[in-house]
Each structure stands twice: as structure tokens, then as C-alpha cells.
Design a protein around this ligand. Structure first.
Ligand code: SAH
Ligand code: SF4
Ligand code: F3S
Length: 477
């Protein structure tokens, strides 16, 4: 994929696997078709699901027609994300109508949000499993073999799947995601995630470092540490639990980042998502200290207006956010910064929207994920505020910020022209077999002649032209 990597956003790309060989795979006779939606954490979860299923008789397939079980790992973040999934389920229902043996299951956030409602209302699915219940999937699939429906949507305070070695489905063999925590304890008023993913819990750092080492030994050269709010990562060393006893030594996110960076200087480390209220100077200092921790931070602002941020319950002001940007730039002058923006949140006035515009002009983001506000059931905003910005106003404001970001992305890419950058080769360019693509530390995408380069190589490139999305470059020998 030679476009910017969508770390934390809704992606409608399916991830179906041809899994790498894991224990049990050679003797497996059944086939699982797995499709994933939503953020990278969901994609990482699918790799856990593939691993659990491969040890219980199922290999993944890319061909839906040969599947015994179809699983959809779903997202609830915005209403249109759910609509797309419902449509997909209707398509699979047709397959079920002609094949009584075929089982269809829904996993992830939409499964957690709607629970057994999905079984009762529409009879579209046989299995409903929430994000913390994947270990029970093989048993639940078995239950359905006698014609029953099966549900497990229990959320857990402890489950991190720390011992499960994910089956890498997105096989470029170079970049991989590692979940370092689950859930979210913030209550941003617009957000459904705390309801679908449960309480925040951190994963044992030893298992994280172990996974990074294993990936490196298999030839991977970049890991992205994933969490909804990585800056609140905490692990209690003595109790081997994430429950915090202030008297006990703990590992925080900066320390974890360093541990992973020390696996090898040839292993790049990225992370997502940072929360402006929790991002510490120590994290920026750790990034500056290690060349292989990439100079890129995804720091979602959501709005540039303090009053809107208050209504969003984000826990910071415009000034606080700009101070965090300053703290990053002071320590890492060439750090790239991306963000998330919501337009038309409850009560957003034109003036308040203009504050988002002015903040974008100040920060000049390298990249932004922008969304029109979509009201989600049970959230604080749904209960407390009216979704009163007309749809066309939300859309107009969205177009405005998208246009602004396009100009800013282009300007940022132009900064990279005619300079040398170390790029990690990720694969063949989508547009030309004769070209490869890779990213620099700042996550900018470079395309360059293939020559003898292969995925996993580091090359030095110099760009001569660019668009807002891609830099055209030559290899510097
Ligand atoms: N944990 C991350 C965000 C995860 S959701 C963080 O705190 O930044 C990814 C993005 O989706 C959010 O940053 C937000 O911009 C957007 N989003 C979440 N809920 C939304 C909603 N109800 N309507 C529109 N966009 C939403
Ligand atoms: Fe949602 Fe806020 Fe948690 Fe991000 S930090 S997942 S936006 S509640
Ligand atoms: Fe991710 Fe969507 Fe759930 S963004 S956490 S899959 S609601």
C-alpha cells in the first residue's frame, strides 16, 4: 500500500489471510474467511483470532466460497461503519441460504455494542463474540454445529492475549503491529470505544519485547505499538499486573518504548495513538535518544477550540495542545505530526470551527484523518447534548478542513525534496512493477526504481518531485 498507513482509523479494506504456518496448521481441514474493519487494533485482533482458530482446526482462506466459517471483525466508531457491515452481512446471508453448513460470525466492536440483538433482530449471524472473548471462539463455533446460536460478549479487566502469537495476515513481512494495551478509560463524549472495548489494561512488557524480537528474527524491520492511549501504558514490575501500586516500580510508556528500541537498531519503532493530555516530555526525549524510534507522532486534536474540547471531555485546552506540539518540536525538530479532527460536534459554532482551522494552520500537520461528527448511542454526548449541527454544515466544514490539510500535506512533502532520507523498503509500488515504495522516519511515502532492492532493505533516497501523498525519488548509492 503506497499511501499513508491508516493506523487508527476506519479502513474498509478487507484483511484475509493466507496465514503463515503455525502449530496445528498442517493438520487443519476447515477453512475460515476473516474480514476486518476499523482501526489497526482491530486488525491486530484478527491476527489473534486467526491464531486461536488455526490451533483449533481452521486455516484462513482468501476465497469466501470455500469457507466453512465467515467471521467479520467489525467497527462501531461511526454510523456509516456499521451500515457498511450490515450490508456485508446481508450478502453473506445469501450464501447461508444456499449452504446450511456455513456459519457466519460477527466479532469486535459492533458485536460488543449490539450483543445478541444481532441474532434476534435479523438472523444474519450465528455467532456474536466481543473483543475480550476470542479464546472462546472455537467452542462457540462448535456449539453452532448443532444449529444453536452462540454469544460471548463478556468484557474483561485482564485479558490482553499476551501469550498468543498472532498469525501475521497482512504479510509484507516487514512491518507489523503489536498491541501493548487494550480498552480505554477515557470518556471522550463522542466516542463509543470505552463501551465496546472495556476498561484499559496494559500488557506485560516482557511479552511485548519478546514479540518484537521474534518479529525481528523473522525479518520484520518495523513494529508499531498499538493502544487507544499509549501514553497511559503502565505495568507494575513486582506484582506482574498492570494494577498500579504507587509504592511499586512500574514500566511507563517511555520506558517500554526504549525497551523495544533496544531490540535492534535495525528495528524501527512506531506507536499510535498518543493522547495530548498524557503525552509526556519523557516520551519525546526517548524518541530523540533512539534513531530507530521514528520521528512521527499521531496526536489527535479533534477540535481547536477549548469550549468544544470541554464538551468533548478531552481533558486539555487549545493552549495545552499547542504546548505539547512545542515540547515535541523542541526535542525533535523534524518530527512529523498527524491528527484526527471531528467537524460539527454538538453545538459547534462557526467561530469554534474557525479555531480548528486556525490551529491547523499553526501546526501544519503532515497528515490528518478528518470526520463529520456521527452521534453514537449511549455516549456522553448522546445523553447530554443535542446533535444540532445540520448535516450539510458538518460536511461543508469537513470539506474545508480536508482542503486545508491537502495543502498542508503537499507543503510538508515539498520540505523533503532534494534531501537524502533513509527509507525502509516495504514492497512494490501499486502503480508500477518497476518501482518500490517505502517510508522515511517521518512516515512520508517515497517511490523509487526497483533495482535490486527488496522489502526489508534500508535505502537512501532523494526525491525530485512530489504530490501531497507521495514523493518520487531516486536511490542514492
Ligand atoms: N484513541 C484515539 C481515537 C480512536 S477513534 C484517540 O483518542 O485519539 C479514531 C478517531 O475517530 C477519533 O480520534 C475521532 O477523531 C474519530 N471519532 C471517534 N468517534 C467519532 C464520532 N462519534 N464521530 C466522528 N468521528 C469520531
Ligand atoms: Fe475514544 Fe477518547 Fe478513548 Fe480515544 S481516548 S478511544 S477518542 S474515549
Ligand atoms: Fe477500533 Fe472501530 Fe472499535 S475504531 S476500537 S474497531 S469502534
Amino acid at each position: 500500500m503506497d499511501s499513508k498507513l491508516d493506523y487508527n482509523k476506519e479502513i474498509d479494506e478487507s484483511m484475509q489471510g493466507d496465514a503463515t504456518m503455525v502449530e496445528g496448521e498442517q493438520t487443519n481441514s476447515k477453512k475460515l474467511y476473516l474480514e476486518s474493519y476499523g482501526c489497526q487494533m482491530n486488525f491486530a485482533d484478527s491476527e489473534i483470532v486467526a491464531s486461536i482458530m488455526s490451533q483449533n482446526g481452521y486455516n484462513t482462506t482468501k476465497n469466501v466460497d470455500e469457507a466453512d466459517v465467515i467471521l467479520l471483525n467489525t467497527c462501531s466508531i461511526r454510523e456509516n461503519a456499521e451500515q457498511r457491515i450490515r450490508k456485508r452481512l446481508t450478502e453473506f446471508k445469501k450464501k447461508k441460504d444456499t449452504n446450511a453448513e456455513l456459519k457466519v460470525g460477527i466479532l469486535g466492536c459492533m458485536a460488543e455494542r449490539l450483543k445478541s440483538q444481532l441474532l434476534e433482530e435479523e438472523k444474519l449471524v450465528d455467532i456474536v463474540v466481543g473483543p475480550d472473548a476470542y479464546r472462546s471462539l472455537p467452542d462457540l463455533v462448535k456449539e453452532t454445529e448443532t444449529g444453536q446460536k452462540a454469544v460471548n460478549v463478556l468484557l474483561s479487566r485482564e485479558e490482553t492475549y499476551a501469550d498468543i502469537s498472532p498469525v501475521r495476515l497482512d504479510k509484507n513481512g516487514v512491518t507489523a503491529f503489536i498491541s501493548i494495551m487494550r480498552g480505554c478509560d477515557n470518556m471522550c463524549s463522542f466516542c463509543v470505544v470505552p463501551f465496546t472495548r472495556g476498561r484499559e489494561r496494559s500488557r506485560d512488557p516482557e511479552t511485548i519485547v519478546g514479540e518484537a524480537k521474534e518479529l525481528f528474527n523473522k525479518g520484520y524491520r518495523e513494529v508499531t505499538l498499538l493502544g487507544q492511549n499509549v501514553d497511559s501504558y503502565r505495568w507494575n514490575v513486582n506484582s506482574k499486573k498492570e494494577i498500579i501500586d504507587p509504592a511499586q516500580p512500574t514500566v511507563n510508556f517511555a520506558q517500554l518504548l526504549e525497551k523495544v528500541a533496544l531490540v535492534s537498531t535495525d528495528l524501527r519503532v512506531r506507536f499510535s495513538t498518543s493522547h495530548p493530555k498524557d503525552l509526556t516530555d519523557e516520551v519525546a526525549e526517548t524518541m530523540a535518544k533512539h534513531e530507530n524510534i521514528c520521528n512521527y507522532i499521531h496526536l489527535p486534536v479533534q477540535s481547536g477550540n477549548t469550549e468544544v474540547l470541554k464538551r468533548m471531555n478531552r481533558g486539555y485546552s487549545r493552549e495545552w495542545y499547542l504546548d505539547r506540539i512545542k515540547a515535541i518540536k523542541e526535542r525533535i525538530p523534524d518530527c512529523a505530526i498527524s491528527t484526527d479532527i471531528i467537524t460539527g460536534f454538538c453545538g459547534e459554532t462557526e467561530e469554534e470551527h474557525q479555531d480548528t482551522v486556525s490551529l491547523m494552520k499553526l501546526v501544519e500537520y503532515d497528515y490528518a484523518y478528518m470526520f463529520a461528527y456521527s452521534e453514537r448511542p449511549k455516549t456522553l454526548a448522546e445523553r447530554k447534548f443535542e446533535d444540532d449541527v445540520p448535516e450539510e454544515v458538518k460536511k461543508r466544514r469537513l470539506t474545508e478542513v480536508i482542503d486545508l490539510q491537502q495543502a498542508s500535506s503537499l507543503k510538508n512533502n515539498q520540505k523533503y525534496l532534494n534531501k537524502e532520507y533513509k527509507v525502509l523498503v516495504e514492497g512494490v509500488s501499486r502503480r508500477s512493477e518497476e518501482h518500490m515504495f517505502g517510508r522515511n522516519s517521518q512516515n512520508a511515502v517515497f517511490v523509487f526504481p526497483r533495482k535490486d532492492k527488496k522489502p526489508g532493505d534500508y535505502v537512501t533516497v532523494k526525491a525530485y518531485d512530489c504530490t501531497a501523498a507521495t514523493l518520487l525519488s531516486e536511490i542514492v548509492e
